[in-house]
Design a protein around this ligand. Structure first.
Ligand code: SAM
Length: 316
């Protein structure tokens, strides 16, 4: 059973301004919620190219999207290969760069990935430490927890988990693994909990939440691949094409904001110059001034959407 409640479904697809005969890319197919809505808006002349690095998401989507299979291409790949994968397809190119009308990112993991104990993502289920979205990749949470140095652990816990007690958590992990390898999610959750001062443990989310997020981001190099793919997306958009991005934490949102502002440089010519000579021209514009967030009604049905933010950009 593959059940994922799609976040900001209507809003994210609306931000793409779908043309029935256009070419669209869903970089994060997951439970195919956004993809099914995009495909339903396409005519038989339109095309949806759907990426996921998780084989089980692709297999499920092929069944769910049965009525639209004439207009969908599934690609089992990391979206960091976006430009390369698109360049192999028979779609328009400009200076050898593939051109599409819209690209969607709905970042992070899907509910089935979190809820299937054996994937090792969750502190709520006991399982082997894994956390790979792509089951064929080699780096696992087990390797990070048992083999990375204390300094490397501090860095990821602090940067990717924004864990205030990164030093204490890393130290406790390193001390514990001297006796025997840390094998399971429950063991790790317990170690993190014990490393965090008792008064802090009692407030807010589960004390292991930030550390698990950090390790998951490191296993899947989530920030690195998103940064690269968002640059590639802007390159691959046709004029008036849109990219729509749903992020779930401040690190992803910061990358999105930085990249969008990189493509909107401000003219630095002195105001009395008759014409612009600095050549700092915007490549994109933002259709919405502020990020779109889920409504109260959506949050009532799906509390997991609480941290979601949608940003979009349009190629000029
Ligand atoms: C939040 S879910 C997407 C849910 C989907 N939008 C829906 O409505 O059902 C994210 C999906 O993106 C995939 N994913 C995350 N990072 C990826 C990457 N770098 N390359 C390819 N797929 C990725 C995950 O495997 C997961 O299935």
């Amino acid at each position: 059973m593959f059940h994922h409640i799609t976040v900001l479904k209507e809003e994210a697809v609306e931000a793409l301004n779908i043309k029935p005969d256009g070419i669209y890319v869903d970089c994060t197919l997951g439970g195919a919620g956004h993809s099914s809505l995009i495909a339903s808006k396409l005519s038989s002349k339109g095309l949806l190219i759907a990426f996921d690095q998780d084989e089980s998401a692709i297999e499920h989507a092929k069944e769910k999207m049965h009525p639209y299979l004439d207009r969908v291409i599934f690609i089992k790949s990391n979206f960091q290969n976006l430009k390369e994968e698109l360049s192999h397809l028979d779609i328009p190119k400009k200076d050898q760069t593939p051109q599409v009308d819209g690209i969607l990112f709905d970042l992070g993991v899907s509910s089935p990935q979190l809820d299937e104990a054996e994937r090792g993502f969750s502190y709520n289920h006991d399982a082997e430490l894994d956390m790979r979205m792509d089951q064929s990749s080699s780096l696992t949470a087990f390797e990070i927890v048992n083999e990375w140095s204390e300094q490397q652990l501090i860095k990821i816990l602090f940067e990717y988990g924004e864990e205030k007690f990164a030093k204490r958590v890393a130290k406790r992990i390193v001390q514990t693994r001297l006796d025997a390898p840390i094998k399971s999610t429950k063991e790790l959750a317990e170690i993190v909990k014990e490393a965090i001062p008792a008064a802090t443990r009692r407030v807010g989310p589960h004390p292991a939440k930030r550390s698990f997020q950090a390790i998951r981001i490191a296993v899947n190099d989530e920030l690195g691949v998103f940064d690269s793919a968002l640059h590639q997306s802007i390159e691959c958009l046709a004029p008036k094409g849109r990219v729509s991005v749903i992020t779930f934490h401040s690190l992803e949102d910061r990358i999105c904001k930085h990249i969008f502002s990189h493509y909107m440089p401000k003219c630095t010519c002195p105001p009395d110059f008759p014409m612009c000579v600095c050549d700092k021209k915007a490549t994109i514009k933002l259709p919405h001034r502020k990020p779109i967030v889920p409504s109260e009604a959506e949050l009532e049905i799906n509390p997991r959407a609480r941290s979601a933010k949608l940003r979009a950009a349009e190629k000029l």
